[in-house]
Write a protein that binds this ligand. Structure first.
Ligand code: UDP
Length: 472
C-alpha cells in the first residue's frame, strides 16, 4: 500500500448505538485489512461492547462519556440503555458535550480522514476546522435515502392525503402518511433537539467529501445511481458484516461471547435445513406486553420451529403454560442474541425483522426471505425495498410510524401466523422468494470478494485519499 508516510490514517467515530457501532467496527476492520492505519474512537462502556470482536488490526481510542453531568445513570453510554424520552434527549445532549474532547483527539492523532457518523453531525465542523477531510457513515440503504429525499419534496401535501406515491423515483413507491410521519407527541424541546440534529445531518451530507454506505451496487443499483445523481459522492462498501467469517467473530459481535451461543447452536443443529424462523427486532425496539403475547401465540400457532429474541425486560408477557408448550419447537432468547451466527445457520429458513438496515442486509447476506415488521425511522422504506423491489419480503401489515410501543396498533397473532406460514411455505410463491433470496446472497458475497464491486469501491476510495494526502 505504498510507503509508511503514504499510509492512510482513518479515524472512525460511531454513534453509540449497536445499529451504528457494529457496522462501523466492521468497516474499520475492512479498511485496516486493506492497509489503512485505523483508529476507532468510542467511550468506555462501548469499548467493552466491541473489544471482544476486534483484533489488533486497529487501535481503540477511548474517551469519557459525561453521563452524570447530564443526569444519566452511571454507565448509560449506549442508546440501547435508555429507557425514556427524557433520557434520550439527555443522551443526545451528552454526545454534543463531546465536542471539546473530540477536538483534542484530532489534535493529538492528526488523522488524514475522519469517518463521522450521520448521527454525530457536529463532528464534521470540528474536523473541518482542523483541516481534516470527512467522510460520512450513513447507516441506511440508498433506497431509503432516495425515498426520504423524495418525501421531503411532497411533504407539504401531507395534510390532504392518506397515501401518496413518492415522486421521481425509479419505481412507483406508494406509502401511507402514517408510515412516514411520527405520531409521537414529543414535547416541544425534545422535537427541537432531534430536528436540529437531522437538519445538521442534511447539511453535513451535502458538504462532506462523500458518503460511505453499507450496501452494494448490485443490490440497489438504480438507487445508488439515483443518489449519486442527486448528491454526488458515495461509496458502497458492504455488506460489511460479511467480514465476520468465523463462529467466534459472529458470536462476539455486540458483546462478549453470549451465554446463549452454545445452547443455541445445539438447538439449531438438531433441526433440519431451512425449517426454523428467526425473529428479532434489532437492538432497541420494545413492544407492549399485549403485542408480545400476540407474537408468542402467533409463532406457536404457525407450527414452525422458531428462535425468538425478546429485548424487553420482565416476563409478564409470557402466556400461561407457554414455555412448557413450546419447549420442543421454540427457543426464546431474552436479551442479546448472536444474530449473525443464527441467520447463517443452515437450519434457519426465514427471518421476521423490524427492517433496521443492518438486519435487512444481514438477512440478504444469509440468503433468507423475510417477514417485514417496520416500526419507525428508515424501516418503512427498507420494507418497500425488500417487498416491492427485491421481492424477498412479506409484509406483516405494520402501518404506523411510532417509537412509542403503547401507541402502536397491535398486530394480531393470526396475522403473524399467516405471514410466517407464507414465509416458510412450499408453494411456487415461497420457492420463488427463497430462490431470489439465495441469488441476492450470492451477489452480496461476490461484491465483497476480491474484484467485486464493494471491494473495488474501497480500493478506489483509498487510492483517491492517498493521492490527495500526497498533495496536501
Ligand atoms: N443484533 C444482534 N443481536 C441482537 C440484536 C441485534 O447481533 O440480539 C445486531 C444485528 O445483527 C444488527 C444490529 O444489532 O447488526 C442492529 O441493527 P439494525 O439496523 O438491524 O437495527 P437497530 O438496532 O439499529 O434498530
Amino acid at each position: 500500500m505504498g510507503s509508511k508516510a503514504d499510509r492512510l490514517h482513518m479515524l472512525f467515530f460511531p454513534f453509540m448505538s449497536q445499529g451504528h457501532m457494529l457496522p462501523m467496527v466492521d468497516m474499520a476492520k475492512i479498511f485496516a485489512s486493506r492497509g489503512a492505519r485505523v483508529t476507532l474512537l468510542t467511550t468506555h462502556v462501548n469499548a467493552n461492547i466491541i473489544r471482544h470482536n476486534i483484533d489488533d488490526s486497529f487501535h481503540l481510542y477511548i474517551m469519557a462519556f459525561p453521563s452524570a453531568e447530564f443526569g444519566l445513570p452511571d454507565g448509560c453510554e449506549n442508546e440501547s440503555l435508555i429507557h425514556s424520552e427524557d433520557q434520550h434527549i439527555n443522551f443526545i445532549k451528552a454526545t454534543l458535550a463531546l465536542r471539546q474532547p473530540f477536538d483534542s483527539v484530532l489534535r493529538n492523532l492528526r488523522p488524514d480522514c475522519v469517518v463521522t457518523d450521520i448521527f454525530l453531525p457536529w463532528t464534521y465542523h470540528v474536523a473541518i476546522a482542523r483541516g481534516i477531510l470527512t467522510l460520512v457513515f450513513h447507516g441506511t440503504s440508498n433506497f431509503a435515502v432516495s425515498a426520504s429525499k423524495a418525501f421531503e419534496r411532497c411533504r407539504l401535501l401531507m395534510d390532504q392525503v392518506e397515501s401518496f406515491i413518492l415522486p421521481d423515483l425509479p419505481h412507483p413507491v406508494e406509502m401511507l402518511k402514517t408510515q412516514v410521519v411520527d405520531l409521537n407527541n414529543l414535547a416541544r424541546n425534545q422535537t427541537e433537539i432531534i430536528e436540529k440534529t437531522f437538519n445538521e445531518a442534511k447539511e453535513v451530507l451535502s458538504k462532506s467529501y462523500g458518503i460511505l454506505m453499507n450496501s452494494f451496487y448490485e443490490l440497489e443499483s438504480e438507487y445508488v445511481d439515483h443518489y449519486r445523481e442527486m448528491k454526488g459522492r458515495a461509496w458502497n462498501v458492504g455488506p460489511v458484516s460479511l467480514c465476520n467469517k468465523e463462529v467466534i467473530n459472529k458470536s462476539t459481535r455486540g458483546g462478549k461471547y453470549p451465554t446463549s451461543v452454545n445452547e443455541c447452536l445445539k438447538w439449531l443443529d438438531k433441526r433440519s435445513v431451512g425449517t426454523v424462523v428467526y425473529i428479532c427486532f434489532g437492538s432497541g425496539s420494545f413492544y407492549s406486553v399485549e403485542q408480545l403475547r400476540e407474537i408468542a401465540l402467533g409463532l406457536e400457532a404457525s407450527m414452525h420451529s422458531f428462535v425468538w429474541v425478546v429485548q424487553n425486560k420482565g416476563h409478564d408477557w409470557i402466556p400461561k403454560g407457554y414455555e412448557e408448550r413450546i419447549k420442543d419447537v421454540g427457543m426464546v432468547i431474552k436479551g442479546w442474541a448472536p444474530q449473525l451466527l443464527i441467520l447463517n445457520h443452515d437450519a434457519v429458513g426465514g427471518f421476521v425483522t423490524h427492517c433496521g438496515w443492518n438486519s435487512c442486509l444481514e438477512g440478504i447476506s444469509a440468503g433468507l426471505p423475510m417477514v417485514t415488521w417496520p416500526l419507525f425511522a428508515d424501516q418503512f422504506y427498507n420494507e418497500k425495498l425488500l417487498v416491492d423491489i427485491l421481492k424477498v419480503g412479506i409484509m406483516v401489515g405494520s402501518k404506523v410510524y411510532t417509537t412509542d410501543a403503547k401507541m402502536r396498533p397491535i398486530v394480531e397473532a393470526a396475522t403473524l401466523t399467516t405471514a410466517v406460514r407464507r414465509l416458510m411455505g412450499d408453494g411456487i410463491e415461497g420457492e420463488k422468494r427463497r430462490r431470489r433470496a439465495k441469488e441476492l446472497s450470492e451477489m452480496a458475497k461476490r461484491a465483497v470478494d476480491k474484484g467485486g464491486s464493494s471491494y473495488e469501491e474501497i480500493g478506489n476510495l483509498m487510492h483517491e485519499l492517498i493521492e490527495r494526502k500526497k498533495h496536501v
